[in-house]
Design a protein around this ligand. Structure first.
Ligand code: ADP
Length: 175
């Protein structure tokens, strides 16, 4: 069974096999965790993102999908970029948010990653309420994590996010 762990901190400081990036569909970098990953990882990541755009994702990486690049100078082998949905009052986009976690885990497994670090996707500029975002994250990882992934580490930037994930993890898994 895959262990789910929580830490409060900066995802760019983690030593893991794969770091997941809450990217935007352009794959050309942005603010928040995306900006931090490109800053700390260096230009090799952006270079591979540009190649992905040129070859497969000319129209951008669709919401809910994920794609991997090198991790540059980060203490990881891979960065898995995934595009979270923007929160909407009028439309239930939870399936897209769950898809980000599921697809990232699938790619991590294909890459042979044993340890994977996730940020709280969509809960920053994309406006997803933390409690709900945390519940979807934990539920989906419980359902989808499989060997060779041994540890899924959620790296939460602030105390509020950490506590939301702690609460979601304390809820019993539904069968
Ligand atoms: P999105 O556009 O998917 O909402 P953001 O990067 O704006 O992405 O925010 C996603 C989450 O990542 C937020 O909870 C934000 O506080 C957090 N975050 C921002 N920088 C970092 C970082 N360096 N490490 C971990 N989490 C971060």
């Amino acid at each position: 069974m895959t262990a789910i762990t929580l830490v409060q901190g900066d995802i760019t400081e983690q030593t893991v096999d794969a770091i997941v990036n809450a990217a935007n569909s352009s794959l050309l970098g942005g603010g928040g965790v995306d900006g931090a990953i490109h800053r700390r990882g260096g230009p090799a990541i952006l270079e591979e993102c540009r190649k992905l755009r040129a070859s497969v994702y000319g129209g951008g990486l669709p919401t809910g999908r994920a794609a991997a690049t090198t991790a540059g100078q980060l203490h990881a082998a891979h960065v898995i970029h995934t595009v979270g949905p923007v929160w909407s009052h009028g439309e239930d986009r939870s399936a897209l948010l769950a898809s980000c976690y599921r697809q990232s885990l699938r790619i991590a497994a294909e890459l042979g990653a044993r340890t994977v670090a996730f940020p709280a996707i969509s809960t920053g500029r994309y406006g997803w309420p933390l409690d709900d975002g945390a519940r979807i994250a934990i539920r989906t990882v419980r359902e989808a994590a499989a060997p060779p992934v041994e540890e899924v580490r959620f790296v939460l930037f602030d105390k509020e996010a950490y506590e939301a994930f702690e609460a979601a993890l304390a809820e019993p898994a539904k069968s």
